[in-house]
Design a protein around this ligand. Structure first.
Ligand code: RB5
Length: 150
């Protein structure tokens, strides 16, 4: 599986640790984030990884900023994206099982690296359950279709 990852200046170290962690497990990782601590604007980086997921360039995405919230908002402005901000593994698991999340986001200023790794593990390994959740996810995408310009 090919994973896209993006981050702003607040999350360079965490991004690097997550990339190394994923690569050690055999995942191919594409870096769409900044690699310096110089202050930058998270929306551009969220858009990059979201476009990569939406186009199929990568299979899933990870986006990290200070809180995970801003970069998650940016990701969710791209058609086809379901980015979920999670600070613990339970929500990350259900973001896959029930919401079919294609991007997970979290905050480098909110959680530590071990929790981030647990979130990434569960996000990578959990499948969408489908069934009644398919109907609900379809309803989400219908909202996008009705309200967002192409
Ligand atoms: C940057 O200071 C910070 O605002 C950003 O990383 C993120 O937390 C925004 O949501």
């Amino acid at each position: 599986m090919k994973i896209g990852i993006a981050n702003d200046h607040s999350a360079v170290d965490m991004k690097n640790e997550i990339v190394a962690y994923l690569e050690s497990q055999g995942y191919e990782v594409v870096n769409y984030g900044t690699d310096t601590n110089a202050s930058c604007d998270y929306p551009a980086y969220g858009e990059k990884v979201a476009n990569a997921v939406a186009s199929g360039e990568v299979d899933r995405g990870i986006a990290i900023c200070g809180t995970g919230v801003g970069i998650g908002l940016a990701c969710n402005k791209v058609r086809g994206i379901r980015a979920c901000t999670c600070s613990e593994p339970y929500s990350a698991e259900y973001s896959r099982r029930h919401n079919n999340a294609n991007i997970i986001t979290f905050g480098a200023r909110v959680i530590g690296i071990e929790t981030a790794k647990q979130i990434v593990d569960v996000f990578m390994k959990t499948e969408f359950e489908g069934g009644r959740h398919e109907r609900r996810v379809d309803q989400l995408m219908d909202i996008e279709a009705r309200n967002c310009a192409k």
